[in-house]
Design a protein. Structure first.
Lengths: 113, 114
């Protein structure tokens, strides 16, 4: 089983839709959960970051972590064409030498005007 | 506002050539990473370094080596480039002791081996 599995894409939604992006992970030792957004021909940039279980909200974006089921989600409300990008979930084991990031494969989202 | 800089955006090399990809960060981060990104395979970790002169193999180290002589610089070396190493290469850095800091990525180097 891969360490991080991400729902395959691509995903196309109309403007204004609610988008749900999901990942599962296998190692219960993971502590830090991130979502990166990558625009075409750019490097990924951090969108949301959470530690342990719970929700975190930032404007139209909500990140959710359920450690009991090893499931992480990103919700986008009122999606906009500018949200069209590839979204990658990432998990970090800890700090120091154990702090490498493991990424999901990414899902490409297209928001149609 | 430059954080992570990769020396080239696009490179074309011939099979068998030795290729150097350079990455420099200006945030005094201890950790530095090299990933490659391929369609359908996502980001895969090649090597990472958590300190000067320290290196750890990632998931796909075969055919690659790295060098970290200074804290701010992390080099990826393709000893003898092959066509299956055609890919987008991404460098990243992060802080060692602060879990609240994100990993910053460079813009990527698109390498084509012909």
């Amino acid at each position: 089983q891969k360490e991080v599995e991400q729902d395959p894409g691509p995903l196309s939604v109309p403007e204004g839709a609610i988008v749900s992006l999901n990942c599962t992970y296998s190692n219960s030792a993971f502590q830090y959960f991130m979502w990166y957004r990558q625009y075409s021909r750019k490097g990924p940039e951090l969108l949301m970051y959470t530690y342990s279980s719970g929700n975190k909200e930032d404007g139209r974006f909500t990140a959710q972590v359920d450690k009991s089921s090893k499931y992480i989600s990103l919700f986008i409300r009122d999606s906009q064409p500018s949200d069209s990008a590839t979204y990658l979930c990432a998990i970090r084991g800890g700090i120091g030498a154990n702090s490498k990031l493991t990424f999901g494969k990414g899902i490409t989202l297209s928001v149609r005007p | 506002d430059v954080k992570v800089t990769q020396s080239s955006r696009y490179l074309v090399k011939r099979t068998g050539e030795k290729v150097f990809l350079e990455c420099v960060q200006d945030m005094d981060h201890e950790n530095m990473f090299w990933y490659r990104q391929d369609p359908g395979l996502g980001l895969r970790l090649i090597y990472f370094s958590y300190d000067v002169k320290m290196k750890e193999k990632g998931d796909i180290p075969e055919g690659y080596s790295v060098s970290r002589e200074k804290k701010e610089r992390f080099s990826l070396i393709l000893e003898s480039a092959s066509t299956n190493q055609t890919s987008m290469y991404l460098c990243a850095s992060s802080s060692w002791g602060d879990p609240n800091t994100e990993a910053f990525f460079g813009q990527g180097t698109r390498l084509t081996v012909v």
